[in-house]
Ligand binder design. Structure first.
Ligand code: SF4
Length: 273
């Protein structure tokens, strides 16, 4: 990891980082860098885009082409980059609030169009940076700064939403299952089309503290106890999965990507002139 750290981080300029000690964001960053390293992508061929939130700091730390954009709009900027420079490998890193609340419309339509880049969504089930307000993934009954007596809304399931909206590759992992995370991100980047990796990650400071899991280890154990591998879930009765979530690959389908189709249209239109 030290070689990877030296190679891919802006280690001499941008550290110490701002994340709370033990935050899952560091594990996600490590998994992403190991996946990129294994794919042997040149740093100048990569663009990492983020929105706002704790995950929004990630582009600050990595030595790729980077863009820190506005809340909920990482996919919009990623779309523009990919249309202008289709050969680049584009990744958009977002939090659950960023991707599915403020950016929810962009998310489902990016999946429907099958835009050709990778969305990494760090799901810590809360708005961490702004003080612990509930997000679309805060579980029913959980406590948040804006749900002091228990949350009364029902949570989005991000990966399943991406499958339904038409993303061609969808996976879910957790920061507890860190080795699997490297592989899921590697596969997502390798695929053509819209790839989504939802990562269950600990915000023990804003979510855990209010829900009897104030330290990272307790939260990691919570992920360990609730994650069921997709291949094991098929044999289980749906009732036994009610307080659990699946991890692994949820969708992997080939279909025309927007970028390839757009290029065909561009060539067709040029010929008609
Ligand atoms: S507020 Fe939560 S998500 Fe943000 S850095 Fe701290 S632990 Fe991580």
């Amino acid at each position: 990891m030290s070689t990877i750290r030296q190679e891919y981080l802006r280690h001499d300029k941008k550290f110490p980082h701002v994340w709370c000690p033990g935050c899952g964001n560091g594990i996600v960053l490590g998994a992403m860098l190991r996946a990129i390293h294994r794919l042997e992508l040149a740093k100048d061929e990569i663009v990492l885009v983020s929105g706002i939130g704790c995950s929004g700091r990630m582009p600050v730390y990595v030595d790729f082409n980077t863009l820190h954009t506005t809340h909920g709009r990482a996919l919009t900027f990623a779309t523009g980059i990919k249309l202008a420079r289709p050969a680049l490998t584009v990744l958009a890193v977002m939090g659950d609030g960023d991707a599915t609340a403020i950016g929810g419309n962009h998310f489902i339509h990016a999946a429907r169009r099958n835009l050709n880049f990778t969305a990494i969504i760090i799901n810590n089930q809360i708005y961490g940076m702004t003080g612990g307000q509930y997000s679309p993934t805060t579980p029913y009954g959980a406590r948040a700064a804006t749900a002091k007596h228990g949350h009364i809304e029902h949570a989005f399931s991000i990966a399943e939403l991406a499958v339904t909206a038409g993303a061609s590759f969808v996976a879910r992992g957790t920061v507890y299952h860190a080795a699997q995370l490297d592989t899921l991100i590697e596969k997502a980047i390798s695929r053509t089309g819209f790839s989504v990796v939802e990562i269950m990650s600990n915000c023990h400071v804003q979510f855990g503290r209010r829900n009897k899991m104030a330290d990272p280890v307790t939260m990691l154990k919570w992920f360990r106890d609730r994650a069921v591998r997709t291949q094991d879930a098929v044999d289980l009765h749906p009732d036994s999965l009610s307080d659990k979530f699946t991890i692994g690959v949820l969708a992997d389908v080939e279909k025309p990507s927007y970028i390839a189709e757009y290029e065909k249209i561009r060539i067709r239109a040029k010929k008609k002139k």
